[in-house]
Design a protein around this ligand. Structure first.
Ligand SMILES: *[C@@H]1O[C@H](CO)[C@@H](O)[C@H](O)[C@H]1NC(C)=O
Ligand SMILES: *[C@@H]1O[C@H](CO)[C@@H](O)[C@H](O)[C@H]1NC(C)=O
Ligand SMILES: *[C@@H]1O[C@H](CO)[C@@H](O)[C@H](O)[C@H]1NC(C)=O
Ligand SMILES: *[C@@H]1O[C@H](CO)[C@@H](O)[C@H](O)[C@H]1NC(C)=O
Ligand SMILES: *[C@@H]1O[C@H](CO)[C@@H](O)[C@H](O)[C@H]1NC(C)=O
Ligand SMILES: *[C@@H]1O[C@H](CO)[C@@H](O)[C@H](O)[C@H]1NC(C)=O
Length: 446
């Protein structure tokens, strides 16, 4: 009897075990299917809105939440359309085939127009490829569209030797930091305050690292005189200033907000030709305040780490890009603001970009950005354009909490000690720059 019981039990086991295992498997499969079906991708509800917009969210237009770089053609937005044509032209697989995805001949036409334009940059015959009722757009948008195919303007004032200066006395090959500051012809006072404070050219000591590092400052200007609008003609004054300081770079284009991207492109060209031996570039506005010493300490540390790392890998170029990084921003759709980008011009979310008050990046990266910019259509907002080029290089801008493009909290602004963790702060008048510069010499007592 005992024997039979044992045998029954074994039989039972042999029958039940596979059943139980199949059951488990079934449950697992069902749960997996259920989870997969019920999954919805996370929704990003809070979008940072590029500055200048009112708080009225009903004014915000709809926008896709998908990836910024999209192979689908946004048929109704001019920039996306133009960029799409370039993407296809520069795509090694599709090269030579300029027919659009939909087979419509439209994209092909654009690239034909383009060739005419390149040979005849400022002619109006190649303006505005097929944009309906362009006249309903604000004037600055229209001006941008009319000239967005043009990115080469001659230098009016150059400093061909600035990076060769003093090379013998310091025994250095190039400056550690080249400060390129976007200014306008009339802002003499800002430039002078910068020269006397944080933008001093020459050997500059770090705050902790007392070894001096070579810093040069240049100011990036376009044209603002009677031929570009109601501007007083300050040409003679500018010439005088340049004779005295030799730090002005001026190009022959209208210096307007939507033309600021040109300053980046033309500066990169200049950099490649006249100062490729510099290591870092600071690019910023003439109404920011920079703690240059602290910035130099930070950069020197990054540079040493890179050199240490370089010994182990063969990574020769350093791709640092730091600033106040803004993610997931969407275009400003408020027609009355200076940042307004109509939906008919650009659709989509902006790539991550660093707020334009001031950013720092390596010269080797600047040269790569220059190359990439030849494949990216001009965009009217310069910080966003930089973000677009970075994105295509596969590089994310790094956020540094010391870059305060939206200033310190109002209650902390007058306390010098609150600047001890600041690298850059926006915005300061020339007078404030001078005061602050004196105050921060004493930061070690905080
Ligand atoms: C926001 O939009 C609503 C509806 O469009 C309008 O009634 C309201 O006045 C707007 N508010 C502001 C601050 O513009
Ligand atoms: C270009 O692409 C279209 C469709 O996408 C195709 O029909 C055509 O044959 C291609 N032309 C060449 C030269 O590859
Ligand atoms: C230093 O400058 C002189 C001209 O001023 C140039 O010939 C020389 O190559 C420079 N040296 C270095 C190391 O850059
Ligand atoms: C940019 O500069 C060019 C050349 O001076 C000018 O034709 C164009 O209108 C300017 N664009 C804007 C948006 O002001
Ligand atoms: C770095 O490059 C050198 C010469 O090109 C080569 O001999 C060496 O093996 C490389 N090292 C690494 C870690 O790739
Ligand atoms: C810096 O500190 C010294 C010594 O405490 C003081 O005499 C001087 O006034 C301070 N300077 C400023 C600009 O605060």
């Amino acid at each position: 009897m005992g024997k039979c019981c044992k045998c029954n039990r074994r039989l039972l086991c042999m029958c039940l075990l596979p059943c139980m295992m199949t059951g488990h498997l079934l449950v697992y499969v069902m749960v997996s299917i259920f989870v997969t079906i019920s999954y919805t991708p996370p929704k990003i509800n809070v979008h940072y809105i590029a500055p200048g917009i009112s708080s009225n969210s009903s004014a915000l237009a709809s926008h896709p939440l998908g990836p910024f770089w999209n192979l689908r053609l946004e048929d109704s937005a001019l920039w996306n359309q133009l960029q799409h044509a370039w993407d296809r032209q520069h795509n090694p697989i599709l090269r030579g085939n300029t027919t659009g995805v939909t087979g419509k001949p439209r994209v092909k036409l654009l690239s034909e127009i383009e060739e005419e334009c390149l040979s005849d940059c400022m002619s109006h015959k190649c303006s505005v490829p097929r944009m309906d009722d362009i006249n309903s757009l604000p004037e600055q948008m229209r001006a941008f569209i009319r000239s967005m195919h043009c990115r080469e303007y001659p230098l009016l004032i150059n400093q061909p030797d600035i990076c060769k200066r003093n090379n013998i006395s310091f025994g250095l090959e190039g400056p550690m930091l080249l400060m390129a500051i976007k200014s306008q012809v009339g802002n003499f006072e800002n430039r002078q305050a910068i020269r006397e404070t944080w933008g001093r050219s020459g050997l500059v000591k770090g705050e902790s690292n007392k070894k001096g590092l070579l810093v040069y400052t240049v100011f990036l200007l376009g044209r603002q005189d009677s031929s570009t609008g109601p501007h007083p003609d300050l040409k003679n004054l500018l010439d005088l200033e340049n004779q005295k300081y030799g730090d002005i770079l001026q190009w022959d284009f209208r210096d307007t907000f939507f033309n600021l991207t040109l300053k980046d492109l033309l500066f990169w060209n200049w950099l490649e030709e006249y100062c490729p031996t510099a290591i870092f570039v600071f690019k910023g506005d003439d109404d920011v305040f920079v703690r240059t010493g602290a910035l130099l300490d930070y950069l020197h540390k990054q540079w040493e780490e890179h050199n240490l790392w370089k010994a182990y890998t063969n990574e020769t170029s350093m791709n640092l890009f730091v600033g106040d990084v803004i993610n997931n921003a969407m275009p400003n759709r408020e027609p009355s603001t200076k940042y307004y980008i109509p939906e008919r011009f650009y659709k989509g979310v902006y790539p991550s970009y660093a707020g334009g008050g001031g950013v720092v990046y390596t010269v080797s990266l600047a040269l790569r950005l220059k190359e990439m910019s030849e494949k990216v259509r001009l965009f009217p907002i310069d910080d966003v354009y930089l973000g677009m080029c970075l994105h295509r290089l596969g590089i994310s801008p790094s956020h540094h909490p010391g870059f305060l493009t939206f200033d310190l909290p109002a209650t902390h602004r007058n306390n010098p000690c609150s600047y001890s963790s600041v690298l850059l702060v926006h915005r300061r008048t020339p007078k404030q720059m001078l005061t602050l510069w004196k105050q921060i010499q004493n930061l070690s007592q905080c």
